[in-house]
Design a protein. Structure first.
Ligand code: NAD
Length: 480
């Protein structure tokens, strides 16, 4: 059975009847056949979203009622958590418990933003006698959202929830690598009372549906989450129509570990930051900056952890699942070769697992590259796999310099018992988020998230994200 698009509240085939196949990266087996949105489908979805904005059932709805619908969506996601987590695990390959966390985080996005729907307020501005001036934050309109395959339900909810809370209508284009849970989100939205057109879900390729959506003249805002090169192209298309964009791009985030850190805490945090989702995380802590005098002791701890990790099919709930595709697996493998060629030493992993039971999936072992220097390609380029580049530093000045010697600036972690050192570094690191003695915070729904430099611009998550989905209207009244 083909999974259909969701446009204007209906499940529909693609305009030309086209489909694409989705595979389970744990086994290489077919998971689903999905309708492939065309340019005409994108146009239908955008038109449906505008109709919803103009309707009494969505555009005319009281904000509190929007919040009620969103709370129902949060509850429905929780009610279907196990089914959604299993589907996410099969679609993306991630271990079941990570998929369960992702589903809970998705529910939390709807809950968090449900509470805000009726609290999006403007200001009054004092102009003196005879004037009343106030601002209103109006929904920006139709939000186009293009998302990647690595956290489909979480990143889907991350953009959809604030947009709906603000009163926008959404056209969501999931990645063709892992589109399944975005479709479930669309179904759940309808079942919970979203009117037709408020949330349209149109899986398809980047080159057709993605381009058609990014360049559509009638979208009012675009949220893009993906790679830098594609993001630049998308931003250019949006610029042609003067459409504002949120760019959530890649990273090469550093975890800076000082010799006075709690090593057990730091090793657990550093390992999780790179091996979660098999390293296919925009905010992966893919560079370790380790103080030289602590190098041997800390690296030994990491090697022990990496070697103990169980790699296997997502639904068997291993420590680490497969890479999303054969192509991506080959990229990861190639990068390990590049690192070795540049002089890095493989301290753990570096190869595919030998277990013949894993032969059909796209597995790679948790990999530690030691003796990396800051300008090596493996220290500069986003690998998007379970490969940690480990670099030594001698003092805080050098740590800052190396941490910032990157085109990216998404997230960073600092591990030390010295609050002065931590705060000094936190203020000087160029990254959108800084964590001290932790890395990530339970999904971080409440915390503004986004990049410095080529990691992007605009902020998702938290109250900050509402700025992207609203526009300010100033009303000035003169009275006598
Ligand atoms: P990608 O850039 O290849 O694709 C992202 C989305 O864009 C997909 O839906 C894809 O179909 C679509 N797309 C592809 N070409 C397009 C085009 N020409 N026009 C319009 N849309 C197009 O990225 P990916 O491989 O899916 O995801 C991995 C990348 O995403 C990594 O670089 C990662 O760091 C980044 N990412 C960033 C964040 C963040 O929040 N900053 C989160 C997750 C992933």
């Amino acid at each position: 059975m083909t999974e259909l698009l969701i446009i204007n509240g209906e499940r529909v085939s693609a305009s030309d009847g086209g489909t694409f196949e989705v595979f389970d990266p744990s086994t290489g087996e077919l998971l689903a056949t999905v309708a492939k949105a065309t340019k005409a489908d994108v146009a239908r979805a955008v038109a449906a979203a505008h109709a919803a904005m103009d309707s009494k059932t969505w555009g005319g709805l009281a904000p509190a009622e929007r919040g009620r619908i969103m709370n129902r969506i949060a509850q429905a996601i929780r009610d279907r958590a196990e089914e959604l987590a299993t589907l996410e695990s099969r679609d993306n390959g991630k271990p079941l418990r990570q998929a369960r966390t992702d589903v809970q985080v998705a529910a939390r996005y709807f809950e968090f933003f449900a509470g805000i729907a009726d609290k999006i307020m403007g200001n009054t501005i004092p102009l003196g006698p005879g004037f009343l001036d106030f601002t209103v934050r109006e929904p920006i309109g139709v939000s186009a959202q293009i998302v990647p395959w690595n956290y489909p339900i979480q990143i889907g909810a991350r953009g959809v929830a604030p947009a709906l809370a603000a009163g926008c209508a959404v056209v969501l284009k999931p990645s063709s690598e892992a589109p399944m849970t975005a479709l479930r989100l669309g179904e759940i939205g309808l079942a919970c009372g979203l009117p037709p057109g408020a949330l349209n879900v149109i899986p398809g390729t980047g080159s057709e549906a993605g381009v058609a959506l990014a360049s559509h003249p009638d979208i009012n805002q675009l949220t893009f989450t993906g790679s830098v090169d594609v993001g630049i192209g998308v931003a250019k298309m949006a610029a042609e129509n003067v459409v504002p964009v949120v760019m959530e791009l890649g990273g090469k985030s550093p975890n800076v570990v000082f010799a006075d850190a709690d090593f057990d805490l730091a090793a657990a945090g550093v390992a999780n930051a790179i091996f979660q989702n098999a390293g296919q995380t925009c905010s992966a802590g893919s560079r370790l900056l380790i103080e030289s005098k602590a190098h041997d002791a800390f690296v030994a701890k990491l090697v022990e952890r990496a070697n103990a990790m169980r790699v296997g099919p997502g639904v068997s709930d291993p420590d680490m699942g497969p890479i999303i595709s054969k192509k991506q697996l080959e990229t990861v493998e190639r990068y390990v070769g590049v690192g070795a060629g540049e002089g890095a030493k493989v301290a753990a992993g570096g190869v595919r697992p030998t277990d013949p039971g894993l032969g059909k999936g796209y597995y790679f072992q948790p990999t530690l590259l030691d003796r990396v220097t800051p300008d090596m390609r493996v220290a500069q380029e986003e690998i998007f796999g379970p490969v940690l580049a480990m670099i030594e530093f001698d003092d805080i000045e050098q740590a800052v310099e190396i941490a910032n010697r990157s085109q990216y600036g998404l997230v960073s972690g600092i591990w030390t018992r010295d609050i002065n050192k931590a705060m000094s570094l936190a203020s000087r690191i160029k990254a959108g988020q800084v964590y001290i003695n932790t890395y990530g915070a339970g999904g971080g729904v409440e915390l503004p998230f986004g990049g410095y430099k080529k990691s992007g611009y605009g902020r998702e998550k938290g109250l900050e994200s509402l700025a992207s989905y609203t526009q300010v209207k100033n009303v000035c009244i003169k009275y006598t």
